[in-house]
Structure formats: structure tokens, C-alpha cells
Design a protein around this ligand. Structure first.
Ligand code: CDP
Length: 125
């Protein structure tokens, strides 16, 4: 599983989940499942095009691996916004947060361990 840290002007893009019910309303770094044969960067480019209508590039790791209960691993990557304005095509809402807001928002549990690393790149803390 891959998740994107998109940071513009010291703010991180967060997306609010609509499903499953236990995660609905919580905020996450957008992303999803890499398909067979896809690199992490390929998967992020596809997922962010589908979910947010944007083009991104790059993919340096940020934060630690998060082992998921089903044996998969969730990894976050810093990507650059190349073109487009994010639209919540598959989420309830989107927000750009600074470091203080990132510390206060209700993130999905899997993403919480990334906060200290993410904050190093954000304004306002
Ligand atoms: O796009 P797709 O439906 O394949 O994936 P998703 O529903 O966005 O993510 C699948 C699972 O990955 C979620 O149920 C979460 O457990 C996990 N995930 C996460 O914990 N944190 C993220 N930033 C992205 C995904």
C-alpha cells in the first residue's frame, strides 16, 4: 500500500475517508494499493490521478513502514504536485494542513506514526 505526502507552501494535503464505516470521517494521506508490476511511483501517479485528478512525480520515502494486519506494508512517499488542483473525487473532503493542524486532526491510525517526520517539512509548529 502506498500513500502520498504532497506538500505545497509548507502545507500537507489530507483526504477524508468515506469508507469503511470505522474509518469514515478520518483523514489520511491519499493513496491505495500498488498493482502487480507497478512501482510505488507508478501506483501513486495512478491513484492520485484517479482519486484527486492531479499529476505527481517523484517518490522519496518519508516515515517508517507501517505493517498492516493482513501482512501488507503501508509506505509513505513524498511526491511533487506537477499539475492540476486536487478535487475530492473519491473522498469526502480535502484539506491542506500546517504542522499545528496536523497534530490536531483525526488521522487514520495507520498514518499517525508519520506525524513527526511530516511536521519537519511543514510550517506552523
Ligand atoms: O484505493 P483502495 O480502495 O484500493 O485503497 P484504500 O481503501 O484507499 O486503502 C486500503 C487500505 O489501506 C485502507 O483500508 C487502510 O487500511 C489503508 N490505508 C491507510 O491506512 N492509510 C493510508 N494513508 C492509505 C491507506
Amino acid at each position: 500500500m502506498v500513500a502520498a505526502a504532497i506538500i505545497v507552501d509548507g502545507r500537507l494535503l489530507l483526504a477524508q475517508r468515506t469508507r469503511p464505516p470505522e474509518l469514515a470521517g478520518l483523514w489520511e494521506l491519499p493513496g491505495g494499493k500498488a498493482e502487480a508490476g507497478e512501482t510505488a511511483e507508478d501506483a501513486l501517479r495512478r491513484e492520485l490521478r484517479e482519486e484527486l485528478g492531479i499529476e505527481v512525480s517523484g517518490g522519496d520515502r518519508i516515515g517508517d513502514d507501517v505493517p498492516l494486519p493482513d501482512g501488507r506494508v503501508l509506505r509513505a512517499y513524498r511526491v511533487e504536485l506537477v499539475s492540476g488542483t486536487p478535487v475530492a473525487l473519491d473522498h469526502a473532503d480535502l484539506r491542506w494542513v500546517d504542522g499545528r493542524e496536523l497534530g490536531e486532526i483525526d488521522l487514520v491510525g495507520n498514518d499517525r506514526g508519520w506525524v513527526p517526520d511530516l511536521r519537519l517539512h511543514l510550517n506552523g509548529w
